[in-house]
Design a protein around this ligand. Structure first.
Ligand SMILES: Nc1nc2c(ncn2[C@@H]2O[C@H](COP(=O)(O)OP(=O)(O)OP(=O)(O)O)[C@@H](O)[C@H]2O)c(=O)[nH]1
Ligand SMILES: [Mg+2]
Length: 331
């Protein structure tokens, strides 16, 4: 039986064959399998593709292990920790490492010359009751692009594009970063509402950090940024301005589109130290699953405290929660 595959399939297959990065190759292989019409004529092809996927997975795990043996860690993947993984990217010397230094306990190298950062470095930022992972990265410029950055950016939950308000070449530098990412098929978006039609592309949500605000006293550079990125959330920051760093945290938290839900055992106080993190609009049932799968199955009803609710309002599993709600599960 003929396979009868659509032309887009063959186009994607060519990309797959040409791709060298195993993680990207795996992503394309999974997409090929997903797009393959499922009928008798494609049985053999499906089996072959599954075998390729499994081989690629083994290769990725194997690569990580063998690099570990040689004490040379791979940088294209950093395990996620906390409520979200946020990657700071930008041109050389714009202040990425200084921001990580000010916002986390990580101690990156900071220097007044470009190309200081050579490897990614993760640190945890505390925003109110949540921990958010920030990743410092080497700069992106015509002189330098670390290939593993594509994987790191694709895997992150949010991108912070850092602009240097003190650099006369700021707009060109940022344009280069955008062009470079586009070449790697990553498009930064103010809001990601849909998946790209073309599976080779990744749409990634980004926010803007207009850094070194005191270098831009008349606001002229910020005005230029707003023209270049009209829809993107933006804060102006300086490592010398604590309020600006607080505003940065709010922007990042909001950019992650997550909310905090506090759980409360029956008859006891709520636990504010360890919120359940859900996507905005998450339900009581999703919060219960996060605690324990059984819990969600046995759930009879819940009581909710929070804005816009009666205190202890009785709700069912499909009730949509909002940031800061307190939930008491009844099983
Ligand atoms: N005026 C001013 N300078 C800053 C600020 N933050 C960082 N800097 C300076 O900017 C320079 C570069 O800082 P880094 O944090 O090393 O910059 P980077 O983006 O990590 O640089 P690379 O790792 O080379 O890409 C240093 O001299 C910092 O002291 C700020 O808020 N205001
Ligand atoms: Mg740096």
């Amino acid at each position: 039986m003929p396979a009868n595959l659509p032309p887009q399939y063959y186009e994607l297959e060519r990309e797959f064959k040409a791709e060298r990065d195993p993680r990207e190759k795996l992503r394309l292989a999974q997409e090929l399998l997903r797009r393959m019409p499922k009928h008798k004529g494609t049985d053999k092809l499906q089996a072959e593709m599954k075998a390729k996927i499994s081989k690629l997975k083994k290769q990725i795990v194997g690569d990580a292990k063998s690099h570990g043996d040689r004490q040379a860690p791979t940088h294209d993947h950093i395990d996620k920790e906390g409520a979200g993984q946020v990657i700071l990217i930008g041109p050389p010397n714009c202040g990425k490492s200084s921001l990580i230094d000010s916002l986390t306990h990580a101690k990156p190298l900071v220097a007044d010359y470009p190309y200081t950062t050579r490897e990614p470095l993760a640190g945890m930022m505390t925003y109110e009751t949540v921990q958010i992972q920030l990743i410092d990265t080497p700069p992106i410029s015509p002189e330098s692009y670390e290939n593993y950055l594509s994987g790191l950016v694709r895997n992150s939950d949010l991108i912070v594009l850092v602009a240097d308000l003190g650099a006369p070449s700021m707009l060109d530098d940022l344009k280069f970063v955008l062009d470079k990412l586009e070449e790697k098929r990553i498009l930064l978006k103010a809001e990601v509402t849909e998946k790209p039609d073309d599976p080779r592309l990744s749409f990634k949500k980004a926010v803007l950090c207009a850094h070194k605000e005191y270098e831009d006293e008349d606001g002229a550079m910020r005005a230029k940024l707003t023209v270049m990125f009209p829809d993107f959330p933006m804060v102006a920051t300086s490592i010398l301005d604590d309020e600006s760093l607080d505003a940065f945290k709010v922007m990042v938290f909001e950019g992650l589109s997550i909310m905090r839900v506090y759980t409360k055992p029956v008859g006891k106080e709520a636990d504010f130290s360890n919120p359940v993190i859900l996507p905005i609009g998450g339900t009581v049932e999703e919060a219960a699953v996060d605690l324990h799968k059984d819990f969600a199955e046995k759930l009879k009803f819940a009581k909710v405290w929070g804005e816009g609710k009666f205190d202890g309002q009785r709700v069912r599993g499909d009730f949509h929660l909002t940031d800061g709600d307190i939930v008491e599960f009844h099983v």
